[in-house]
Design a protein around this ligand. Structure first.
Ligand code: HEC
Ligand code: HEC
Length: 181
């Protein structure tokens, strides 16, 4: 009898731990895959934070990473050595939104018409729609944000690929869950 109880206790304990894992994983997969790479981070975080590859489809990264496009990258020179360019491009393409099963990446991909190649995350229909009602005082006119491109100014768990409402903090205003509707 004692033995059976012990076995039950072990089985009970481990299945609980297992359920915990599943829950954690489901939560994790709701966002965007949190992948980083030293070369990518060094190459692309000088002027803005380095966006996760899962925020744009492959075709967008391919177009952004063309040598000519990097030379005139939104009016700045973001040129890379050929070897680095190829490696960064590979990292981006390997982890792009359309290779990912993470929920936000899937939504991003689904919202973009097939014949469109957005060069901006902020022009992806899903991302645009999510932020269209934010007043300028939170974004443009907020000296701690300045532009919607600074995702990490408000999304405080973005390094884990998480965008949920309870992780959003508008600088100077507070948690979105408290100020939002
Ligand atoms: C020399 C500065 C600089 C570097 C280096 C740089 N960027 Fe940018 N990037 C910019 C500027 C400027 C913008 C446009 C900002 C704006 O609209 O306010 C931008 C915008 C972007 C956007 C669009 C943001 C949006 O959603 O509107 C993406 C994507 C992007 N960069 C990717 C990259 C990648 C990938 C690299 C590395 C290969 C990189 N950037 C390196 C300056 C830079
Ligand atoms: C000024 C602060 C701010 C900035 C900057 C910002 N966001 Fe957001 N974002 C929000 C708020 C607030 C919401 C929630 C909107 C709502 O619930 O109506 C949101 C929602 C989202 C959502 C949906 C989350 C959900 O649970 O539905 C995603 C995904 C997202 N943002 C991604 C981004 C990305 C990517 C960037 C950068 C390109 C960005 N955001 C920049 C404030 C910001």
């Amino acid at each position: 009898m004692k033995k059976i109880l012990l076995i039950m206790a072990i089985v009970g304990f481990s299945s609980q731990a297992y359920a915990g894992n599943i829950f954690e994983n489901l939560f994790r997969f709701k966002g965007v895959k949190p992948v980083m790479n030293d070369l990518y981070n060094d190459s692309c975080s000088e002027c803005h934070y380095a966006y996760f590859p899962g925020l744009l489809p492959k075709r967008s990264w391919e177009k952004l990473m063309l040598p000519d496009a990097l030379e005139d990258h939104f009016g700045e020179n973001a040129e890379l050595d050929e070897e680095d360019r190829v490696e960064v491009l590979k990292f981006l393409v390997d982890n792009a939104a359309d290779t990912s099963f993470y929920k936000r990446s899937t939504k991003i991909v689904r919202s973009i018409p097939e014949d469109v190649t957005p060069l901006r995350i902020t022009e992806v229909p899903y991302i645009k729609r999510k932020h269209k009602d934010l007043p300028d005082k939170y974004v443009k006119n907020n000296p701690k944000v300045k532009s919607l491109i600074n995702c990490n100014a408000c999304h405080r768990a973005i390094d884990k690929g998480i965008f949920d409402d309870d992780t959003i903090l508008i600088p100077n205003y507070g948690y979105w869950s408290e100020i939002g509707d």
